[in-house]
Design a protein around this ligand. Structure first.
Ligand code: GLU
Length: 300
């Protein structure tokens, strides 16, 4: 199946462009491709194909994990500050936030993710550190880390995210100072992880909230809610098209990764740096499309 997916991606010459909004991302090889599947059960090995063990910049894929940690620590309180609806606007829209009185549409648009990071900072005292510790444990990769080159580059071009954070602060939505929230957010986005790391780390979402060691991070219902929000808002302003084509909850990032969940079975991560007009990886969507067609696995 993995070879089949790789063949399909290599045979599909759809153009795409590597992200340039963070200049340090622009150097990624547009031909890069990786795909990994991690099963739920002990001894069920993670398997992959292509560059599946090569770390890339996770960017917005990190938002799934910060959301999980906040829900785990704080339950439903977050949903007073952040919505659960598709965005219908670009992921970094200031206009939408202003129009809707400072309540971000969902936790995956940048404004929503800044609130989630702020909550995690309040709950842990070190949002990005807590995130890294969790991901190291779940992926079994103690070397997993931030990429300072990427975070430096993002800091130099973070004007729009700074504007969003300031607008949120003006609405009284942040506990922590804007520079701290922004720094923690940029750091979490700069995590370098491979398809292997991400697929392993996301198994708890397929396992209804249960972590690799058998402990429960989330209630079954919280895990369901994260998957639901991934489905309606995890692939920017193209979540409908993605649901139509792939049929799985997923979260993408401008580093070219897409993490997808098959509830009850496995977590999957596909990567390829060239992006379509919505900011989703062309190769990763193609791979996930073939994966669900080949296996027949989807939530529908
Ligand atoms: N750090 C990026 C930003 O906030 C993440 C973009 C993304 O992957 O969606 O602009």
């Amino acid at each position: 199946m993995l070879d089949e997916v790789q063949r399909a991606v290599r045979a599909t010459a759809v153009p795409g462009k590597v992200a340039t909004s963070i200049p340090a991302l622009a150097g990624a090889d547009p031909e890069g491709f990786g795909f990994a599947v991690a099963g739920l059960h002990r001894g069920e090995e993670v398997q992959g194909v292509g560059d599946w063990e090569v770390p890339f910049s996770v960017q917005s894929v990190s938002k799934v994990f910060t959301l999980a940690l906040v829900l785990a620590a704080d339950g439903d309180a977050l949903w007073r500050l952040v919505g659960k609806e598709p965005s219908g606007s670009p992921f970094n829209s200031l206009a939408q936030l202003e129009r809707e009185g400072g309540i971000p549409r969902n936790p995956f648009v940048n404004a929503g993710a800044l609130i989630v990071t702020d909550r995690l900072q309040t709950l842990t005292g070190d949002a990005s550190g807590a995130l890294r510790a969790f991901l190291r444990t779940e992926s079994g990769n103690p070397a997993l880390d931030f990429d300072p080159r990427i975070s430096r580059s993002e800091h130099q071009h973070a004007h729009r995210n700074a504007a969003l954070a300031n607008l949120l602060a003006d609405y009284g939505r942040l506990d922590n100072p804007v520079p701290l929230v922004l720094d923690q957010y940029i750091r979490q986005c700069s995590l370098a992880m491979s398809c292997r790391d991400l697929a392993l780390a996301a198994r708890f979402l397929a396992h209804h909230g249960v972590c690799a060691d058998g402990s429960r991070l989330l209630t079954r219902s919280e895990a369901k809610r994260i998957n639901a929000v991934m489905l309606i808002g995890g692939t920017y302003d193209a979540a409908g098209e993605f649901a139509h084509r792939v049929g799985l909850p997923a979260k993408s990032g401008i580093g070219g990764g897409i993490l997808a969940v098959v509830p009850g079975r496995c977590a999957v991560c596909a990567w390829g740096p060239a992006l379509d007009g919505h900011g989703n990886s062309v190769a990763a969507i193609t791979a996930l499309d073939h994966f669900t067609t080949y296996t027949g696995w989807s939530v529908f």
